[in-house]
Design a binder for this molecule. Structure first.
Ligand SMILES: C[S@@+](CC[C@H](N)C(=O)[O-])C[C@H]1O[C@@H](n2cnc3c(N)ncnc32)[C@H](O)[C@@H]1O
Length: 287
């Protein structure tokens, strides 16, 4: 979503009313004191600066960016108010259901399949008071058709999830427990394992088939005319030299695009203004 556009919108009464339930009073007050230019400068900084150097208001704007980006997308794609969404690998990130809650209220339906136990518990507590019907199933996303029929959802959402899915595929091979462990404590080990495979030119050998199997199932779970929506923006983070690379981390959408095109699944990519193809990929199931 265009950051200049978002900065202007944040100052409008319409936005403030619609987004009231996801923006705490303290943040609303701070934003009320900031000009459009100040908000835009902060947003630009968020997308350029190191993730661990953010101030509280920047974390708030980061959250608002994602909720607004999903909300705007639902409208741009003319999705019905009775919208049904399947999100894979959500962890405890709630931007997609929050945007649905604003867009659809109690007419929206949302389910996520998520593996990590601690993050699932945190997701549950963050979403318990939503108007939209929100469910979490603690299982691998590839098993969604064990719970729902084919052609069920309008959208399958991959909110910054491709990296998590690939990391989990590699972790399984390496015997790293990603389900009952603390995700953040385990992540450096996962990142090193993924990067080692990438540097050795083996990432596709180890991850392609399993990744495409997931995409095939997600496609089946979609209604005809539905969308698979991916984002994987990268922010700078400090890793020990040689352990990981932010340049590699920035390639996740490009890699997914290449792998999905090679699998020839009959998905058409759409371009939506303000959603950069480096960070976002919107695929339509036409049949
Ligand atoms: C860091 S959290 C994800 C956060 C979120 N995607 C974001 O960045 O906004 C990673 C989560 O993805 C889950 N995960 C990874 N691969 C999965 C899969 N195939 N099915 C279900 N959950 C998966 C992990 O278990 C974990 O709960």
């Amino acid at each position: 979503m265009d950051l200049h556009e978002l900065s202007k919108q944040i100052k409008t009464e319409d936005f403030q009313n619609s987004f009231k339930k996801v923006i705490p009073c303290k943040t609303r007050n701070i934003l009320g004191e900031m000009s459009v230019v100040e908000i835009e400068n902060r947003l630009n900084k968020i997308f350029a600066d190191t993730i661990n150097a953010r101030e509280e208001i920047e974390w708030e704007l980061y959250r608002i960016y994602y909720i607004a980006a999903w909300y705007k997308l639902y409208g741009s794609l003319n999705l019905p108010v009775e919208l049904s969404i399947y999100e894979i690998a959500t962890g405890d990130t709630v931007y997609v259901p929050q945007a649905l809650d604003i867009y659809s209220g109690n007419r929206g339906k949302y389910v996520t399949l998520n593996l990590n136990k601690e993050l699932s518990a945190s997701f549950r507590s963050k979403t318990e008071n939503m108007g939209a019907d929100v469910r979490i199933i603690e299982d691998n996303g590839i098993n969604v058709l064990n719970y729902y029929a084919e052609n069920t959802f309008d959208v399958v959402a991959f909110q910054h999830a491709v990296n998590d899915i690939v990391q989990t595929i590699v972790a399984d091979i390496e015997g790293i427990d990603t389900v009952r462990s603390n995700w953040w404590a385990t992540e450096p080990q996962m990142l090193r394992a993924v990067f080692r495979n990438y540097q050795a030119g083996k990432l596709k050998d180890v991850a392609y088939e399993k990744f495409i199997d997931i995409i095939k199932v997600c496609r089946k779970s979609l209604k005809s005319g539905g969308y698979l929506i991916f984002n994987n923006c990268t922010f700078n983070a400090n890793y020990a030299a040689g352990d990981y690379s932010m340049e590699f981390h920035s390639l996740y959408i490009d890699i997914s695009r290449e792998w999905i095109a090679e699998a020839n699944l009959g998905l058409e990519e759409l371009e939506i203004q303000g959603y950069q193809s480096k960070w976002w990929m919107i695929l339509k199931k036409n049949f």
